[in-house]
Design a protein around this ligand. Structure first.
Ligand code: ATP
Ligand code: MG
Ligand code: MG
Ligand code: MG
Length: 564
């Protein structure tokens, strides 16, 4: 590509409204332009990078046996009513009406659409497992769209959904997807970490997030270097209490004491922090193992979830969770914290195994208040959301935890049967019986990866692209291209580099060398070759890697092999 045919839209000034470096550099390098809050146009330079990320994602998903599809961005409300999310999803869902006043939404995610496709297309267990994916535009009406494409309203996501006859099949695909994600992020050249995650609005039980490590990240990760334990801090467990834990059965009784208690009181009694998002109740199990249900309330989503606490050694069976729901008479996910009278569910190990819960909620005498923040508890500062501090012991006993910042670029979930049950996605099994399938889902923020890459790879001169996602591999700069011998040599080298399969941006402008060098550094091309009248006389070119301060002279005849 010639710069005279590829207008660079670089600027020297740092845009005032861009808070983080990737947003600043994407604007300054001329990669993106803002149309409106959270809406961006990708300019040719930016799109090249986006497409490189997309290509890596596609290649690895294909290699893993996933099948590419392309679903509509606009989705009918009926599907969301079937899954129950039309009511639950909240204002992040952009709801629209057509000319017949029928309700639709612009898809923030595609569980409903894919489950609908599945139930129409797949009939037999023999057709399983199947994993469908797409790379497609999503819309989420974020409360605070910011940081450019990092938290946009419209963004590009790779989303994949797998369907299985049983838990073992789901588990196997989940592991395969984790490996695929590891390959994908390794191939992008980014430093990342897979951490235990919260399941948020999507629901489900097991989930990991892929985090690009960067100080500007909105997520905090608690990680133990010695053991490899890492979790999103929202979910990272509280440090063990200083006072001895209650003896088996004791806390259970305490909590189950008839009368009204606040979650804060219970947490205080057990010596664990209660925070706005995470309300954890722990109890020593009969067999010495900790068993707990983590009650999560999320203001924005108006949702409360019960999950296994990561400190719990013994698995809490799904049967247990189902039993709790039966006890409550409603799905755990449908309990809204606002206006809800409060729920505490505690079981010891033996009870959980037997799916026999000792203490239900909203039953006479077992009532807890405390889900209404502001009413039952003071509104905590944002800082209070953190339940773990650096130096706290890792829950696996591996040593002290360190707190790092990360950017969530990928997320894998074991969804289970949430959608297949609600929407009747079944197959016929070997015995000819209808069986509800179980599901996994797997997302990558393709456009966010571009911004995350810059957060991790830049210096005072601009972007330093990791080679695999750079918009061009080589910048070829001609100094004094108006001189025929320079132009001729540069054209010949340009042709030779292109013929050898390299992606070259050839700066053939009649501009000052300083301007050209600054542009090439700003847009971050990994290799730079300069052809100047002086070098020509010595039959050399000047070669510099983006991170180098000085250029070196390389024989003209050797430069192409040198680069390969
Ligand atoms: P976040 O916690 O950052 O809001 P999320 O957990 O809501 O993200 P998921 O539902 O897990 O997002 O979606 C899959 C991926 O899509 C995320 O891992 C992230 O990389 C990307 N993503 C989510 N929201 C945005 C956004 N507003 N802008 C750009 N990428 C996003
Ligand atoms: Mg989100
Ligand atoms: Mg998240
Ligand atoms: Mg997520």
């Amino acid at each position: 590509m010639r710069v005279t045919r590829f207008p660079l839209s670089t600027t020297r000034e740092t845009p005032a409204d861009a808070e983080i470096v990737s947003h600043q550099l994407m604007l300054r390098a001329g990669m993106i332009r803002r149309l409106s809050a959270g809406l961006y146009t990708w300019l040719p330079l930016g799109l090249r990078v986006l497409q490189r990320v997309e290509r890596i994602v596609r290649e690895e998903m294909d290699r893993a046996g996933a099948l590419e599809v392309l679903m509509p961005a606009v989705q009918p409300a009926e599907l969301w009513q079937e899954s129950g999310r039309w009511e639950k999803y909240g204002p992040e869902l952009l709801r629209i009406q057509d000319r017949h006043e029928r309700d639709f939404c612009f898809g923030p995610t595609h569980e409903e659409v894919i489950t609908d496709l599945f139930r129409r297309e797949i009939r037999s267990y023999r057709q399983l497992p199947v994993n469908y994916y797409q790379i497609q535009t999503k819309f989420r009406d974020e409360t605070r769209p910011r940081f450019g494409v990092m938290r946009a309203r419209e963004f590009l996501m790779k989303d994949a959904y797998s369907f299985h006859l049983d838990d073992a099949g789901l588990e196997a695909e989940y592991q395969a997807m984790r490996e695929t994600y590891t390959r994908i992020f390794e191939r992008t050249g980014l430093a990342f970490s897979a951490v235990e995650a919260d399941t948020g609005a999507i629901g489900g039980s097991v989930s990991h997030e892929f985090m690009v490590l960067a100080d500007s990240g909105e997520d905090a990760i608690a990680a133990c270097e010695a053991s490899g334990y890492a979790a999103n801090v929202e979910l990272a467990p509280a440090p063990p209490p200083e006072q001895p834990r209650p003896a088996p059965g004791e806390a259970l009784q305490e909590v189950a004491t008839p009368g009204q208690r606040t979650i804060a009181e219970v947490a205080d009694h057990l010596g664990i922090p209660a925070s706005r998002h995470v309300k954890t109740l722990l109890v020593e199990g009969a067999e010495g193992g900790l068993v707990a249900l983590l009650l999560r309330g999320d203001h924005e989503l108006n949702e409360l979830k019960a999950e296994k606490h990561p400190a719990v050694a013994a698995p809490l069976t799904l049967a247990g969770a189902e039993r709790v729901e039966a006890e409550l008479g409603c799905p755990l996910g449908s309990l809204g914290p606002v206006g809800l009278q409060g729920v505490a569910l505690i079981a010891d190990h033996a009870a959980a195994q037997a799916a026999d819960f000792v203490c239900g909620a909203n039953r006479e005498g077992y009532h807890l208040i405390g889900v209404n923040w502001g009413r039952d508890l003071p509104e905590p500062e944002t800082a209070d959301l953190r339940t773990v501090e650096a130096g706290d012991p890792s829950p696996d006993g591996g040593g002290p935890l360190a707190i790092r910042r990360g950017i969530e670029v990928g997320h894998v979930f074991q969804l289970g049967k949430t959608y297949s049950e609600a929407m009747g996605a079944t197959v016929l099994d070997e015995a000819g019986q209808e069986r509800t399938v179980t599901m996994g889902c797997y997302g990558i923020g393709v456009s966010r990866v571009v911004a995350a890459a810059i957060e991790q790879n830049h210096d005072e001169r601009g972007i330093r692209w990791p080679e695999p996602i750079a918009p061009f591999q080589v910048a070829l700069v001609a100094i004094k291209p108006e001189q025929p011998d320079v132009a001729e040599a540069a054209e010949a080298l340009y042709a030779e580099l292109m013929a050898s399969g390299l992606d070259v941006l050839y700066d053939d402008r009649e501009a000052r060398p300083g301007v050209k060098f600054a542009d090439m550094d700003l847009i971050g091309i990994p290799h730079r070759i300069v052809i100047s009248p002086r070098a020509l006389q010595q039959d050399t070119v000047e070669y510099k890697r983006r991170e180098d301060a000085e250029a070196t002279a390389v024989d003209r005849s050797e430069i192409v092999t040198w680069l390969k």
